[in-house]
Design a protein around this ligand. Structure first.
Ligand code: NAD
Ligand code: TYD
Length: 367
């Protein structure tokens, strides 16, 4: 039995991980520490509040004393660190929060873990840091995929802040002997993803009859992994990963952005054609009016410093941990679309308020 502190557990991947872990390790206890920024939502953990062995604490990872007291009160032996500012476009418009949370926050967490786990006689523990493939920079079309030995070359303020946090985790292992692991994962999609990221943004914009803003020519490539496969990978790293090691987790599913957007459009058209009730529920969507969703595609100015291609080589994780993504992109996307259609009240709620301010900064006249 373990006692986990999960930072950022009310966000997209963190919440999926909490549900996954609850199902696969029902005897473990979990404390979620989350600042509940615009991206964190207690609703993502609905059903867990009040259960024995689960607690959600609203608080900041930069609060050293808070982290120490949570670790002490709950006898934490494992930290799974998701909390971060995570959106590249936001990091371009306002990098400060990315440095504050991703760099300073990770450092405060490491300091607290060192204080609690390494002082005195020490105790068995694990600090797992959830990171991204974006730390490796950008690939040309024919470059080999990123391995764990690819030199870091982060290009956005987000990627640079994650790279800095990875280095701090490495240093706390090397210098102090903190028992750490790091995973670098490719682009996730699935339930609870905040609708500022490509896939949920596009499918919700179709439902709302809003333009689908494709940056540049839409030729950039991402390696998509369903969040459930990521959670399975994290479980393998926690259970079988060697201390001090880094593991890449990828989806083996490279796609150009325009291909992803067109697949979403055709899936939505098919769904509306099959289910006539959808047109009643979402009368604004083009397919409800007999128009293809693709008519909404709008090529817009490219993202500043837009990385061309990410691709993950997960050979080390598959050989050493038995990791293999199990959900293919088409199935995963269909399930994701179904989730957003079934959870309209969720995305409508998370999309008002401060999210609207962000849309007007980002897209101005498009909204
Ligand atoms: P997200 O933005 O959906 O969630 C981040 C969570 O962290 C939110 O719940 C937010 O409230 C919380 N948070 C932010 N600042 C905090 C602070 N100072 N203290 C406590 N909590 C705070 O992000 P996500 O997409 O779920 O990503 C989770 C982690 O996975 C991040 O570290 C990200 O870098 C990494 N990652 C994401 C992807 C992806 O495709 N989304 C891919 C690889 C790695
Ligand atoms: P995103 O989901 O923001 O993830 P990341 O930047 O971490 O890869 O974007 C995925 C890709 O989609 C990326 O190449 C940028 C592109 N994109 C668009 O073309 N339009 C959009 O509105 C968004 C949000 C992203």
């Amino acid at each position: 039995m373990s006692s986990l502190l999960i930072t950022g557990g009310a966000g997209f991947i963190g919440a999926n991980f909490v549900h996954y872990w609850r199902r696969s390790h029902p005897d473990d206890s979990m404390v979620v520490l989350d600042a509940l920024t615009y991206a964190g939502n207690p609703e993502n953990l609905a059903g867990l509040e009040g259960q024995e062995g689960f607690r959600l604490v609203k608080g900041d990872i930069r609060g050293f004393d808070l982290v120490v007291s949570l670790m002490r009160d709950h006898d934490i032996d494992t930290i799974v660190h998701f909390a971060a500012e995570s959106h590249v476009d936001r990091s371009i418009h306002g990098p400060d929060e990315f440095i504050d949370t991703n760099v300073v926050g990770t450092h405060q967490l490491l300091k607290a873990a060192k204080e609690m786990w390494l002082s005195g006689s020490g105790r068995p523990h694990r600090f797992h840091h959830v990171s991204t493939d974006e730390v490796y920079g950008s690939l040309a079309p024919d470059d080999p995929a990123f391995t764990e030995d690819t030199p870091y070359a982060p290009n956005s303020p987000y990627a640079a802040s994650k790279a800095a946090s990875d280095h701090l985790v490495r240093a706390y292992h090397h210098t102090y002997g903190l028992e750490t692991t790091i995973s670098n994962c490719s682009n996730n999609y699935g339930p609870y993803q905040f609708p500022e990221k490509l896939i949920p943004l596009m499918l919700i914009n179709i439902l709302n009859n809003k333009p689908l803003p494709v940056y540049g020519k839409g030729l950039n490539i991402r390696d998509w992994i369903h969040v459930e496969d990521h959670c399975r990978g994290l479980e393998l790293v926690l259970e079988k990963g060697a201390v001090g090691e880094v593991y890449n987790l990828g989806g083996n599913s490279e796609k150009r952005n325009i291909e992803v957007v067109k697949t979403i459009c055709s899936s939505m058209d098919d769904l509306f054609a099959r289910d006539k009730d959808l047109a009643k529920r979402c009368p604004d969507a083009p397919p409800a009016q007999g128009e293809p969703s693709e008519t909404l595609i709008a090529f817009v100015s490219d993202r500043a410093g837009h990385d061309f291609r990410y691709a993950i080589n997960s050979l080390k994780s598959s050989r050493q941990l038995g990791f293999l993504p199990e959900i293919n992109f088409e199935e995963g996307l269909a399930a994701t679309i179904a989730w957003y259609l079934d959870n309209e009240s969720w995305w409508r709620r998370v999309m008002d308020g401060s999210y609207r301010d962000w849309l007007s900064i980002q897209y101005g006249s498009l909204d």
